[in-house]
Design a protein around this ligand. Sequence first.
Ligand code: TRP
Ligand code: SF4
Length: 333
Amino acid sequence: MNRKTVLSGMRPTGNIHLGNYFGALENWVGLQDKYNCYFFIADWHALTTGYADTSKIRDNTLQLMADYLACGLDPDRSVIFLQSDVKIHAEMHLLLSMITPLAWLERCPTYKDQIANMTDKDIMTYGFLGYPCLMSSDILIYKADYVPVGEDQVPHLEMTREIARRVNHLYHTDVFPEPAPLLTKAKVLPGTDGRKMSKSYGNTIAFSDTPQEVDAKVMSMITDPARIRKTDPGHPEICTVYSFHKIFSSDEVEEIGSMCREGRIGCVQCKRKLARKLADFHGPIHERRTELLSDTEKLTAIISEGSAKALINAEKTMKEIRRAIGIGLDDEL
Ligand code: TRP
Ligand code: SF4
């Protein structure tokens, strides 16, 4: 079967929340049916901005892997691995760094943006400037055809295509296909305060939250301020609870909307309804991740197995690229 290859990764910066799930992970899970998939944890990328405090990287890596698996990434169908386990990515990064013009890196919009805005960390480093080059290595080493990413990562993918083209051109080869972004319409779920769900706003619902915490977060959500009594007509379209119902209560969202508009349901009752629906979704994933994290030896073994599989394919591309560039003496293809 000649399936196209998909690859994507996340940095181990914390626990996966529902925004990450509906923005990316849910989509990744579905891609496993149609593509040859690689999903990984970009722990080296975490160092590009977080090199000064590495105390949480290991724990975050295990947590993220538990989230990946609990949400439905399947090690039997996809190659799920840890970047720093597959050290040959570093060799690819080194080779690509040789041919990547400095100007491309310096004018990358994410670079300019972070240099201008990140005031709490010193990111004037070689490694941070090379972020897109490392990302290109992750992608090109598996000859990925498609990379599901958010809008923010599109410039990096554009650079990956340029780097692929430059290698192919310089060394008269066609080793690298040009990967395309896979932009899917993700479901948008606001944070508990109505803004974008983001760790930095403290408005997330994470899979690491206990069911009690999730309930409490639902009950504290902001609703339509025009509603004081149950009989006051409401405006569900401006209500965070309603945004959640759209995703979790698709069978009765219309009904909930009219009850709100006609003052036939109170906000507390409406939130209780949501809390039940959300628990049906969140509970099982929370339990699976808790179980996975209770046996870190087993979890680590799953990661190592995935990394070993990744290495086999990474080695193949590495041999081709060493030969194309003409570096090293020990390559028998
Ligand atoms: N830069 C990506 C992010 O921050 C993570 C990442 C690293 C990645 N290497 C990748 C994503 C390769 C897709 C493909 O979200
Ligand atoms: Fe929001 Fe529900 Fe209250 Fe309407 S009834 S304002 S949808 S919480």
